[in-house]
Design a protein around this ligand. Structure first.
Ligand SMILES: *Cc1c(COP(=O)(O)O)cnc(C)c1O
Length: 396
């Protein structure tokens, strides 16, 4: 039997680690394993590697290296940023502003804080997933201590006007955090120009290893420490450094930001060919997210009359890895909060499919998906009583 080819179209969930990144990491598992906090030369070499990575991360986002703190990933960075600011500034106020479309690593932290005396405003978004800057301005009160708004959405790919948000926050003297986990490696970021005070990133979303990320904290910002213990990460996040991970994160972010435009252009072209093909070949399909202000590799579409979950299973049988905003995949009954926030009715949200392209995507992958996806959608529709009704009505 022919070996089934893997068509990986879920780069927004995680990426593979680039061979060059793995190669850079390898010595730090074996020869150069010294504890970065030890005083002897062997340990100091590890320390130097950590500091080089810190500089690489800082450079990629326009920060200074002593503003970068290594953590284990995006969720940890988001948790630290939001809880750390909330608890450190509660004497000033108890109000936080965020959006309805944040990742759960932000939303669930906000809910936790609501249960602990804080008040949270969840900004709505328009049908493209963009916030309204005037609504943001109106939401600010004397008690507002933090604005946390994601850079780019992981489901629908919409990119927020981050510089404008940063300007508003700065003018009002409010701390601004952004979850940039999806943006790093896809969008040019400058924390100075964009007035960002805290920024979360995770290595495994831009061809680095899993289990390593960073939180940028602007110098002078008061924040609670995350892990109490040893003196690592300027005493703010204790624990022996994940040396290979940190080295890999540095290499990956450097590679991801070096050829950003060139890389994006290539991915965007393939994405547009796939998207145009889907819209052409599959009737009753809606694009979710902003048509232009979106991540270069992101496609999110809703197919009327079908279940995203069944679609995923059929794609999987053909070796295609994708994602849906449908209910079962997230283990709850409601479809994705993001799709509901952009105003999709439940039944449309249930028929959604996210294809996220990246470095593993080839033109052959696009051809293949364009060949099989219309057939699968058609087959699923033929099994749907709703579709049957719809067709009958159309014929009357
Ligand atoms: C993946 C992701 C996270 C979580 O990152 P982990 O490294 O898995 O903890 C947070 N926010 C966004 C937008 C993401 O895409």
């Amino acid at each position: 039997m022919e070996q089934k080819r893997l068509i990986y179209m879920d780069h927004a969930a995680t990426t593979y680690t680039k061979p060059e990144v793995v190669e850079t990491m390898m010595p730090f598992f074996t020869e150069q394993f010294g504890n970065a906090s030890s005083v002897y030369t062997f340990g100091r070499k590890s320390k130097a590697a950590v500091e080089t990575a810190r500089e690489q991360v800082a450079k990629a986002i326009g920060a200074k290296s002593d503003e970068i703190y290594f953590v284990n990933g995006g969720s940890e960075a988001d948790n630290w940023a939001i809880k750390g600011i909330a608890w450190a500034h509660r004497d000033k106020g108890n109000h936080i502003i965020t959006t309805k479309i944040e990742h759960h690593a932000v939303l669930h932290v906000c809910e936790y804080l609501e249960n602990n005396g804080f008040e949270v405003t969840y900004l709505s978004v328009d049908e493209n997933g963009l916030i309204d800057l005037d609504e943001l301005k109106r939401a600010i009160t004397d008690k507002t201590i933090l604005i946390t708004i994601m850079f780019a959405n992981n489901e629908i790919g919409t990119i927020q006007p981050i510089a404008e948000i940063g300007k508003i926050a700065r003018e009002r003297g409010i701390i601004f955090h952004t979850d940039a986990v999806q943006a790093v490696g896809n969008v040019a970021i400058d924390v100075e120009k964009m007035n960002i005070d805290l920024l979360s990133l995770a290595g495994h979303k831009f061809y680095g290893p899993k289990g390593i990320g960073a939180l940028y904290i602007r110098k002078g910002i008061k924040i609670e420490n995350l892990i109490h213990g040893g003196g690592q990460e300027r005493r703010r996040r204790a624990g022996t450094e994940n040396l290979p991970g940190i080295v890999g994160l540095g290499k990956a972010i450097e590679m991801a930001t070096e050829n950003l435009e060139e890389h994006n252009e290539k991915i965007r072209k393939m994405r547009d060919r796939l998207l145009n093909g889907i819209m052409e070949k599959i009737p009753y399909t809606k694009l979710n997210g902003h048509p232009e202000k979106r991540l270069p590799g992101n496609i999110n579409v809703s197919f009327k009359f079908i279940e995203g979950e069944s679609l995923l299973l059929m794609l999987d049988q053909l070796g295609i890895c994708a994602s849906t905003g449908s209910a079962c995949s997230s283990g709850s009954l409601d479809p994705s909060h993001v799709l509901l926030a952009i105003g999709l009715p439940h039944e449309i949200a249930h028929g959604s499919l996210r294809l996220s392209l990246g470095d593993l995507t080839t033109e052959e992958d696009i051809d293949y998906v364009l060949e099989v996806l219309p057939k699968i959608v058609q087959r699923l529709r033929e099994m749907s009583p709703l579709y049957e009704d719809f067709i009958k009505k159309g014929e009357n």
